[in-house]
Design a protein around this ligand. Structure first.
Ligand code: SF4
Ligand code: SF4
Length: 343
């Protein structure tokens, strides 16, 4: 077996389902990324537009001096088990957020892979692991490495695992043989995701206008959610899976990664009133070590208040009225007032 084949076998044995290599060159969509930022499509995600982050995304050597190869790794998480709408008293949490936070899991597995590579090559080399937090256009490298293709909904989509994937990169200063990008894999004439997107956030160049995206608005956005989008949120209380669940590439998929402890998966449709009444301590305890904490307590309650307004749940009126009158946080209080106005 070649060194590259041995590394791939090690990656799979660690629980990744996809592994491929690409050169540490400037990513193909760097110009599109600059345009995206220039147009303000990153919304409040200032970390996407900081000068040093823009500079770093130009090529991986800015992150790891001497970097020669990007090893792209994919870990598959379960697709939503129930794609039906939640019942009137339930909210919806995006599938990726139901498992314990992937950052540490993937980082730890990639670090072990780096150790295995050191054993295989019997030489010291420099490496760096990136899981979301480092400024790198990860989907470009994954596409170059043959893991999948950047689909119209902007998700990296693989043939076997669809787009229910977490990506991770292991940058190394070793000159590994690059893989070939996939051929004959694109969205052809399909536009289902664009049609299904409630807010028309999917742009023609396969990027997302975060200012309109319900995933961004319910997770990253701080402050009040613009009025026009509130009815479109429906009963989503964290994230949005619509442009993925609708995708034909996401049907009949293979098994998911063994990296995840599925026994710890959260309820995808928690009770809305119960969620609304969680104290901050209960919220932090229930969602400990899961991506849901990213919304923070106030953001989560704001989302649940909006979902309650959309569900027009009579039993929620008392809790909403109390919140609308007495809540200290202005954004949550205003969301509760809006929710009551929907009845
Ligand atoms: S996550 Fe939801 S709102 Fe965002 S682009 Fe996809 S369908 Fe649209
Ligand atoms: S729904 Fe269709 S257009 Fe959208 S990502 Fe899937 S295959 Fe591509």
């Amino acid at each position: 077996m070649s060194l590259e084949e041995l590394i791939k076998a090690e990656a799979l044995s660690l629980g990744f389902v996809l592994c491929g290599f690409s050169r540490a060159d400037t990513p193909p969509h760097y110009g599109a990324y600059l345009d995206w930022v220039e147009s303000g499509n990153h919304a409040g995600m200032a970390y996407m537009a900081r000068p040093n982050a823009i500079e770093a995304r130009y090529e991986p050597t800015r992150l790891l001096p001497g970097c020669r190869t990007v090893i792209s790794l994919g870990a598959a998480y379960p697709a939503p088990a129930n794609t039906q709408k939640p019942q009137q008293n339930q909210g919806s949490v995006a599938a990726y957020a139901l498992l314990p936070d992937y950052h540490q899991l993937l980082k730890a597995a990639a670090e072990i892979l780096a150790q295995k590579i050191a054993q295989l090559t019997d030489q010291a080399f420099k490496h760096m692991v990136c899981v979301d937090t480092a400024p790198i256009l990860e989907k470009d490298y994954a596409q170059n490495a043959g893991l999948g293709w950047i689909a119209r909904n902007s998700c990296l989509t693989s043939k076997a695992y669809g787009s229910w994937l977490f990506l991770c990169e292991l940058l190394v200063d070793l000159p590994l043989q690059p893989d070939k990008p996939l051929t004959n894999t694109d969205c052809a004439n399909c536009h289902r995701c664009q049609m299904a997107c409630p807010t028309k956030a999917i742009l023609p160049n396969r990027t997302i206008d975060a200012r309109r995206c319900l995933s961004y608005l319910t997770i990253e956005h701080r402050g009040p959610i613009p009025l026009a989008f509130r009815p479109l949120i429906g009963q989503r209380i964290f994230g949005c899976d619509t442009c993925q669940t609708i995708c034909p590439s996401n049907q009949n998929l293979q098994n998911t990664s063994s990296l995840f402890d599925h026994a710890q998966a959260l309820d995808p449709h928690p009770d809305l009133i119960e969620s609304f009444l969680l104290t901050e301590a209960e919220f932090k305890s229930r969602y400990a070590k899961t991506p849901v904490l990213r919304a923070k307590y106030q953001g989560f309650r704001r989302n649940v208040a909006i979902a309650l307004g959309n569900a027009r749940l009579e039993e929620a009126k008392a809790a909403l009225m109390d919140c609308a009158a007495n809540e200290a946080d202005e954004v949550v209080r205003e969301a509760a007032q809006w929710a009551l106005s929907q009845f």
